[in-house]
Structures are given as structure tokens and as C-alpha cells.
Design a protein around this ligand. Structure first.
Ligand SMILES: [Zn+2]
Ligand SMILES: [Zn+2]
Length: 146
């Protein structure tokens, strides 16, 4: 996220909060700002560490509850995975993820093919599918070199 895009993104955030009836507190705004500026799909712990620079008394619990309510409102996305801590993504545009099981880095990628992949019929008949995001897991280029 470039510096000049931040005010626009924060304005969108305030609008979304209003839409979902989430009160905009200084804590929530600071947490969202950190999420926006992080490009590494941070964990709650790493968000906490960064937000504490601005709001030293903020608790893990506040960050946790805030991040969960943001993801329930669709303001951010939770990145799934097997094991490890939950990771969060303020970039809600259509994209997919590759997670390295060695270093834990999460890489974004675009794929028209995955965007258009068909939902198996037994699911589309009985379930309401709200989003389609593919998570690939493996070993990243850097870790392959080691
Ligand atoms: Zn790696
Ligand atoms: Zn992402």
C-alpha cells in the first residue's frame, strides 16, 4: 500500500464499519491501518506488536476480537491453512495464496482459472458458497534453494 492511498483506504474502512454497525474506535482504526500496511498476511501477535508502538496499552484480546469482527464483516480476510496461527489479509480483492510450510511466508497470486473454477454440484445444490479462494501449500523458491 502506497502512502498516498492510505487516506482513501481509511475512508473506505470507515464506510464499511458504518455499514456493518461497527463503532470506529481509535483502537480499531489503528489495527486496520496496520493490516493495510502489512504485506505479509500478519498473525494477531505481529499486529499486536505493531499496534503497541502507537497504543502501548492495547491488549491481545482487543486485537483478537477486533480482527475477528473485521473478518466476519468482510472488511479483511482470514487466510486458512493447516496448523500454524491464523493469518489476516486487508487486501480483499480477488486473489489466491501460496503458503510456504518452511518459512511461513504467504504469497499472493492471481489466477483466472481458479476464479472461474466450478463448485462441485453436491455443494452448489446444498450449500451457499460465498467466496472462492485457493490456498496452495508447499515450499517457496527461497526455501527450495536451501
Ligand atoms: Zn519459504
Ligand atoms: Zn493475500
Amino acid at each position: 500500500m502506497r502512502e498516498q492511498e492510505l487516506p482513501v483506504a481509511m475512508e473506505n474502512f470507515r464506510n464499511k464499519c458504518r455499514e456493518f454497525g461497527l463503532k470506529i474506535t481509535p483502537q480499531r482504526a489503528a489495527i486496520y491501518k496496520e493490516l493495510l500496511q502489512a504485506s505479509d498476511h500478519p498473525t494477531i501477535d505481529s499486529i499486536l506488536k505493531k499496534v503497541r508502538v502507537v497504543l502501548p496499552s492495547i491488549s491481545f484480546d482487543t486485537v483478537y476480537r477486533t480482527v475477528i469482527s473485521f473478518s466476519e464483516a468482510g472488511i479483511i480476510h482470514m487466510v486458512g491453512g493447516f496448523g500454524g496461527s491464523r493469518r489476516f489479509d486487508a487486501d480483499t480483492s480477488r486473489h489466491h495464496h501460496f503458503k510456504c510450510i518452511k518459512c511461513g511466508k504467504i504469497f499472493d497470486f492471481l489466477s483466472d482459472y481458479y476464479d472461474n473454477v466450478k463448485i462441485p454440484e453436491e455443494f452448489s445444490r446444498n450449500f451457499k458458497v460465498l467466496s472462492k479462494r485457493v490456498l496452495l501449500e508447499g515450499i517457496c523458491r527461497e526455501c527450495c534453494k536451501k
